[in-house]
Design a protein around this ligand. Structure first.
Ligand code: FNR
Length: 362
């Protein structure tokens, strides 16, 4: 199957996957306004391309938290990848490694930190959900550290699960042949069926709703790994993240799966970048589907972006080969966007290379 852009895998995944799994991957919260907005907002940003610049050599390499990667395109944590493909997170880890970029493993992966590490070398981050039982958290962080993970992405937008109506209708639960592998030995690896979303019940039972800024500091007492605060959408919280010792910020609305009518991430990005004042790097996820989207995020000050759904849809369609393909396509599209706008390296991408509709007088 020949695909020419990374969005085409969604239709293939829809045909291949059981409805419960596809809906879980695809859905957003409630009206899914933010889900559409994450995409739509990119189309309100246009280029101010520069011409007659020698673009015969383009360098997309960059450094994230001191780790050199081949491009500013990374993989966001998405839970339960073995619902998409039997090789699940292994396939994603191998594809990321082959592309020379970073994979973030979800706390709720269907493969453990140790299993993912055993796939071979690669730069990997671990996404953390904070459970009520802090011993569970401390053990898990220690295991991630030992397995060679390089940073913790602390998800801060999920004290409760967003209302995803398809999951409620489908009575979503983890299929019985799978487990949340990181929690297997801790008796928290299974998800019961519930009258609504099994995952929402699991979160209500296990995840710590009291999580607050002091816990970002607590986390630093149990690990030396740098912490990325994932789920920041305002200048206020950008400043608090830095005060609390974050090594970086991920502007994210959780792929529009949590608070509906949150702004698109690309619109929230600039406010966060300004507040960060270059003290820590700012990353973005949400709705990135084109190389031009990557460019726009960098022009607004992001140090890199992460992709979520495209990975699970590619996995469902073609396993590791699919994930390799989307990384390759995004890379090529981004390289082309750089060339056609007259940028030869990431540092040449500036705010002056784009104009957003919010720049224009009303
Ligand atoms: C997610 N996301 C997510 N985030 C997180 O911190 N931990 C997790 O386990 C998950 N799981 C998850 C599953 C699925 C199916 C999706 C779609 C998303 C959010 C994810 O990391 C990221 O923020 C978004 O997916 C980015 O938006 P796009 O690229 O999907 O539009």
């Amino acid at each position: 199957m020949e695909i020419t852009n990374i969005m085409e895998y969604e239709a293939i995944a829809k045909q291949k996957l059981p409805k419960m799994a596809f809906d879980y991957y695809a859905s957003g919260a409630e009206d899914q306004w933010t889900l559409a907005e994450n995409r739509n907002a990119f189309s309100r940003i246009l280029f101010r391309p520069r011409i007659l610049i020698d673009v015969s050599k383009i360098d997309m390499a960059t450094t994230v938290l001191g780790f050199k990667i081949s491009m500013p395109i990374m993989i966001a944590p998405t839970a339960m990848q073995k619902m998409a493909h039997p090789e699940g997170e292994y396939a994603t880890a191998r594809a990321a490694s082959a592309a020379g970029t970073i994979m973030t493993l979800s706390s709720w992966a269907t493969s453990s930190v140790e299993e993912v590490a055993s796939t071979g070398p690669g730069i990997r981050f671990f996404q953390l959900y904070v459970y009520k039982d802090r011993n569970v958290v401390a053990q898990l962080v220690r295991r991630a550290e030992r397995a060679g993970f390089k940073a913790i992405a602390l998800t801060v937008d999920t004290p409760r699960l967003g209302r995803r109506e398809a999951d409620i209708k489908n009575r979503f639960t983890l299929p019985p042949f799978l487990t949340l592998k990181n929690f297997e030995g801790l008796d928290l690896g299974k998800m019961d069926k519930a009258d609504d979303s099994g995952l929402a019940s699991y979160v209500a039972g296990q995840i710590d709703r009291t999580l607050s800024w002091k816990d970002v500091e607590w986390l630093q007492t149990i690990t030396k790994l740098p912490i990325l605060v994932k789920g920041v959408l305002t200048a206020e919280d950008a400043r608090l993240s830095i005060q609390s010792g974050a090594a970086g910020i991920i502007v994210s609305n959780h792929g529009a799966r949590q608070l509906d009518y949150s702004p698109s991430t690309i619109m929230a990005l600039e406010e966060v970048v300004k507040a960060a004042q270059g003290r820590v790097p700012v990353f973005l996820d949400g709705g990135v589907r084109r190389g031009t989207d990557v460019f726009k995020a960098l022009a607004l000050g992001a140090s890199g972006i992460f992709i979520g759904r495209p990975v699970v849809f590619a996995l469902a369609s073609e396993g590791e080969a699919g994930v390799r393909k989307i990384l390759q396509i995004l890379r090529e599209e981004f390289e082309l966007a750089m060339a056609l706008s007259g940028c030869r390296s990431l540092k040449e991408i500036t705010r002056a290379h784009i104009v957003a509709d919010w720049d224009l007088p009303r």
